[in-house]
Design a binder for this molecule. Structure first.
Ligand code: URP
Ligand code: ZN
Ligand code: ZN
Length: 470
């Protein structure tokens, strides 16, 4: 079907201008100047004209960090691919990159196949995969090369969670050497898990078992230390490095130093680290703080992490905002840690609210309107080999387009969200701006406050190498 999006302001990573977007066969075929002869003839030929007056027309969001159905601490993240990708669509995200998991002792390809099986035929929006390598050995290192050809071009390693996912420095270096040879991107969970586990054990011995202790023991110095170590190892291994879910000023400082020297080091942060904090959220009365247990943890509002992270988003030392969407319900899931914060499954759900939350940063003067699009769509697409199919409005791109109403006001609540969570980490947040209409490869999937898509609309996207390295 030929469609024309008319009357809106097209926002890209470089500017915002009135323009009309012509779509055919699921792709953008032209971006036209309003009032031009071409726009007039496009209107005559279009089978459908979508009125975007008063709206921003932006590329669909690309959330490059989600965990649908992630097994964690004896339970599973509560969104499956069907529900989680629908929630993403509601929030203006039209592509996710989820983490397939190779656990210790498992075969990489078999683990990946299991992730394909979970997603296939179930997704509302397009999806790709990164691979968590939880067991770096000769076999998994070889598998990394094969995965690159299958479109899985990035590999997450953990410096945290000893005995579960942690790779030691030898394993990390080996994986980096492999990535150096095959063009892959190493993604790092950078926290010193061995030191954290000691502090956690000591806290519990002292009877300090409440959720806030999760934040106390995962000290920001230990995120800084691990980030520094990861950067040095990446230099030795000659591999590009992408630090995930960065929350501490100390870690950002290390990234900034490395980038200042021209290293291929990149980092993302997430809305929770910009808007939530250790005292008010992780330290909420009773067991409420469990809903805010995630790793890296929320940081203290009395330090300067929040302001530093916003600054990093401006300077490009932080080049991506992803969600690390990893939802668990309070009931029966977070409750596993009622008597011991170490047993609380780690993660916060947020795939639905990233575009809105970061848009508040535009309104607050933290970032510009084009930077919002760059952080949430264009750079994640480039970083993970999805560009220009995803993350941009230009001829040849997939017609993943969001009409965003900058004037709408509403309040985030578990009562109105679509994620499978019995609470919202952002309950009561007043938001200006709202997703109005969402197109995925030219199909209208959200319109008029209704979900109009169908299960299985979303397709697997075979990714290329990071375009920041080419
Ligand atoms: O708390 C978190 N971040 N849970 C998801 C797993 C991870 O480390 O990203
Ligand atoms: Zn992580
Ligand atoms: Zn994660």
């Amino acid at each position: 079907m030929t469609m024309l999006i008319q009357g809106g302001t097209v926002v890209s990573s470089t500017g915002a201008d009135p323009a009309e977007v012509l779509i055919d066969g699921g792709q953008i075929v032209a971006v036209l100047q309003p009032g031009s002869t071409l726009a007039a003839s496009a209107e005559v030929g279009a089978e459908r004209v979508i009125d975007a007056r008063g709206k921003y027309v932006i590329p669909g969001g690309v959330d490059c960090h989600t965990h649908m159905e992630l097994p964690f601490g004896g339970t599973f993240a509560s969104d499956d691919f069907e529900n989680g990708t629908k929630a993403a669509a509601w929030g203006g995200t039209t592509t996710i990159v989820d983490f397939a998991v190779q656990s210790f002792g498992e075969n990489v390809q078999a683990s990946l196949d299991a992730w394909f099986a979970k997603a296939e035929g179930n997704c509302a929006v397009d999806y790709g995969f990164h691979m968590i390598i939880g067991d770096v050995n000769d076999e998994s290192l070889k598998a990394m090369d094969v995965l690159i050809d299958e479109g899985i071009t990035s590999f997450k390693l953990f410096m945290a969670y000893p005995g579960v996912f942690l790779s030691d420095d030898r394993q990390i270096l080996r994986a980096m050497q492999q990535a150096s040879g095959n063009g892959g991107m190493i993604m790092m969970h950078a926290e010193n898990g061995i030191a954290i586990d000691l502090l956690a054990e000591q806290a519990v011995e002292r009877g300090e078992t409440d959720p806030i202790n999760h934040g106390y023991v995962r000290r920001s110095e230990l995120e800084g230390e691990a980030t520094h170590r990861a950067i040095q190892l990446a230099k030795v291994g000659a591999a590009p490095l992408y630090i995930v879910h960065l929350s501490a000023s100390e870690a950002l400082e290390q990234v900034a130093i490395a980038r200042g020297k021209g290293a291929n080091v990149f980092a993302e942060t997430c809305p929770q680290y910009l808007y939530l904090n250790l005292e008010d959220h992780l330290g909420a009365p009773g067991f409420t703080g469990a809903g805010y247990v995630c790793s890296t943890p929320l940081r203290s509002k009395h330090e300067h992490h929040h302001a530093d992270l916003w600054n990093g988003l401006r300077t490009n030392d932080l080049s991506v905002v992803a969600t690390d969407h990893c939802p668990f319900c309070m009931k029966d899931q977070k409750e596993l840690g009622l008597n011991d914060f170490r047993e609380i499954p780690n993660g916060i759900g947020g795939v639905e609210h990233r575009m809105d939350l970061i848009y508040q940063g535009v309104l607050q003067g933290e970032i510009s309107l084009p930077r919002w699009v760059e952080l949430c769509a264009t750079t994640p697409a480039r970083m993970f080999g999805l560009y220009p199919k995803k993350g941009s409005i230009q001829p040849g791109a997939d017609a993943d387009v969001v009409l965003y109403d900058p004037e709408a006001t509403w309040t985030i609540s578990a009562d109105n969200h679509h994620m499978n969570m019995d609470y919202s980490a952002y309950e009561g947040f007043e938001i200006q701006g709202r997703v109005d209409t969402v197109l995925s490869r030219g199909k209208v999937i959200i319109e008029g406050g209704e979900y109009r898509g169908s299960k299985g609309d979303g397709q697997y996207v075979r990714r290329g190498l990071s375009q920041y390295l080419l």
